[in-house]
Design a protein around this ligand. Structure first.
Ligand code: TMP
Length: 241
């Protein structure tokens, strides 16, 4: 059956298509914080995130990163490969911020000597608890070989994105990725938008990401639009919101 709602997430809905191996992902005008406990409708958010994620996924794919993206069908809608999502949120940190700053009593913005990769078990009922490699392998969420692939892919994506954002005067502080199994391989899935990363302007150090919503620091769509306009300038694509 085609066009059936398969999954309704915090920021996207996922529908079936006529092809059993293809899904349709629709970006929503919804922002959440505190693992969904705070929820708001924000007109234009779906469109700006769709456009940012599209540009970033296309850039990554052009640089040899395999992703689930097949094609962009209309504003806010993408066709993606149907992957089996690995229930891990993979976080990479280049600098101190957010939960890491709170947990270790560190100054936000401090550069880390080496990037850190952390994993969280995707489970809303448990509030996405931190999970380490031996826990993830013992629970058979991942094999050690798969963890190596995910770490290598995450570091490669970090290098590519640091370079990209440097060109538009933005520091990539941290980000979260999700991977899926497809045809025996692990490929990048979900999205990459200011909802799931921290982007700081290199001159003003102001947040250009979801921290403006989390901390009530400004209008989310106009801040995300700054990122879109800068990306569109170097990557091309439609930048109207
Ligand atoms: P944290 O500092 O709150 O742990 O977040 C680290 C990065 O991961 C930050 O860029 C936001 C992103 N993230 C998500 O995309 N989803 C989540 O559920 C969480 C907790 C973080």
């Amino acid at each position: 059956m085609s066009n059936e709602l398969l999954y309704s997430g915090k920021a996207k809905d996922v529908f079936t298509t006529a092809d059993p191996n293809v899904l349709k992902m629709v970006y929503k005008d919804q922002a959440t914080a505190l693992n969904g406990k705070r929820k708001e409708q924000i007109a234009g958010k779906g469109l700006v995130n769709y456009r940012i994620s599209k540009l970033i996924f296309q850039y990554l794919m052009a640089n040899g990163v395999e992703t689930h993206l097949i094609e962009n069908v209309s504003e806010t809608e993408q066709l993606v490969k149907k992957v089996a999502i690995v229930p891990l949120e993979v976080v990479l940190r280049n600098a101190v911020a957010g939960s890491f700053a709170r947990k270790f009593g560190q100054e936000p913005g401090k550069r880390l000597a080496t990037p850190i990769i952390e994993c969280y078990y995707k489970n809303d009922a448990l509030d996405d608890p931190a999970i380490n490699i031996s826990q993830a392998t013992a629970l058979e969420i991942m094999t050690p070989a798969e963890i190596e692939v995910i770490e290598a892919q995450t570091k490669k994506i970090n290098d590519l994105l640091i370079n990209l954002f440097n060109h538009i005067n933005i520091d990539l502080i941290d980000f979260k990725l999700e991977f899926g199994r497809y045809d025996g391989r692990l490929i990048l899935a979900d999205e990459f938008s200011p909802d799931n990363c921290r982007l700081w302007d290199q001159d003003t150090h102001e947040s250009l990401d979801k921290d403006v919503f989390r901390l009530n620091k400004g209008d989310l769509v106009s801040v995300y639009d700054v990122v879109l306009q800068r990306l569109a300038k170097i990557l091309g694509g439609s930048a109207d919101v």
